[in-house]
Unconditional design. Structure first.
Length: 405
């Protein structure tokens, strides 16, 4: 990727990877750019199939009714997934799966269900906490977490009451729009957010107190990952400030030494540089060129690169997969046997780079650490990758998002 390519893309007005010279204006759609990444000189890779055959198609801007339908499908799929994924017999050889729940008297008896992936070999193993997205549960991102456990990490997938599958539990396909809107809003209230953010330190405390885990976990090597709302939970745990919650510092968890954010969001109502100024944790960020949802504020997928661009206090890595959408990271389609054509290849990349990152920063693997420097080369031709780590040389050029120019 050449610097000049990104300079040209910047003229498109959004600072994303949309091609210049494809701006379109119509009575129903504001000026915008097609979602095609600029290629470096001499690149021979075939482009991924566009969303539409029409050159210069603007980014999808769903009407209110389309947004509600998509939200309903999203939440209904979330409530359907657990019934298909619960049996522990599905666990791969070498990993034991346990289900349980912790109760926190200090938070009014709040119950936090969890799914624990335990390598069967002798420990102690590093620990990874995982946080699901809106309407998800402890079965979220199973294909990723299974691979992480098979690589020698104890993984604890949390289920956050108030923003989990309970939002539409029992609802059928006839659920009305008002119920869908109310369900989504209920999962994003201040109380729901505080509950899920507080689940993280509580879970680590419970792991530390569990005598059955004493010889299996190394709490000096803890990481956290999360998808969408879970990515925000992860960023909050490593220091993102939340102006709407003056006591946000209470959610920071110093035991977390590394983190992965799948489909992260830009900060709400805050300057990005200030929002992430306290983050001093190595991170790997994932998104895709189709990573948009009906209820996020991001106008396009490129805005999900904001945390990567704004964080300056530690090594940062970013993977942008061609054609990858929001759902591939959450793994619901995999659980339900409804994979899209591009999903299998994207899932393999997500698993491989996730494991490599954890080996580098929690597993003390120098080869994995060094391999992260070549992330841009390794991801091509399936997408783009960017590196901000002094030991790897100058940062990979990327067009700045709004607010960071």
């Amino acid at each position: 990727m050449t610097t000049s390519s990104w300079t040209s893309a910047r003229a498109c007005g959004r600072g994303d990877w949309s091609c210049p010279s494809t701006r379109t204006t119509s009575a129903t759609s504001p000026t915008s750019c097609s979602m095609r990444r600029p290629r470096g000189a001499g690149t021979s890779r075939a482009p991924t199939a566009p969303r539409s055959a029409t050159p210069g198609e603007p980014m999808i801007r769903r009407s209110a009714s389309h947004r509600l339908v998509a939200l309903a499908v999203f939440l209904l799929l979330a409530t359907a997934a657990p019934a298909l994924a619960q049996p522990a017999a599905a666990a791969a050889q070498g990993v034991e799966v346990r289900y349980g729940a912790w109760t926190d008297p200090a938070r009014g008896g709040r119950v936090t269900p969890y799914k624990l992936y335990m390598p069967t070999g002798p420990g102690p193993f590093p620990v990874v906490i995982h946080s699901h997205g809106l309407g998800g549960n402890r079965e979220a991102s199973t294909y990723i977490l299974q691979a992480v456990a098979e690589a020698g990490f104890v993984v604890v997938a949390l289920q956050h009451a108030g923003s989990d599958t309970g939002l539409l539990r029992g609802a059928g396909p006839s659920v009305d729009e008002a119920a869908v809107v109310a369900a989504g809003r209920a999962g994003m209230t201040s109380d729901a957010a505080r509950g899920r953010y507080g689940d993280v330190p509580f879970a680590l405390d419970q792991i530390a107190r569990d005598p059955t885990l004493r010889d299996k976990v190394d709490l000096g090597r803890v990481g956290m990952s999360g998808h969408s709302y879970g990515a925000l939970s992860t960023l909050t745990a490593v220091g993102q400030r939340l102006p709407a919650m003056p006591d946000y510092t209470g959610f920071a968890e110093p035991r977390i030494k590394a983190a992965i954010a799948y489909s992260p969001n830009k900060p709400r109502g805050d300057d990005a540089r200030l929002a992430f100024a306290r983050v001093r944790t190595p991170m790997l960020h994932f998104t895709g060129t189709e990573d948009v949802t009906p209820f996020d504020l991001e106008k396009n997928a490129f805005e999900r690169t904001t945390p990567y661009q704004a964080i300056q206090g530690a090594d940062q890595y970013l993977v942008v997969l061609d054609g990858a959408d929001h759902g591939v990271f959450g793994g619901r389609r995999a659980l339900m046997g409804r994979l899209k054509p591009g999903d299998p290849a994207q899932m393999e990349i997500i698993k491989a780079e996730t494991v490599r990152f954890w080996k580098a920063y929690l597993g003390n693997d120098p080869a994995a650490l060094q391999a992260l420097c070549s992330l841009p080369t390794r991801i091509d031709p399936d997408g783009d990758a960017y590196v901000k780590a002094p030991r790897c040389g100058p940062p990979t050029p990327i067009a700045p998002v709004d607010g960071l120019r």
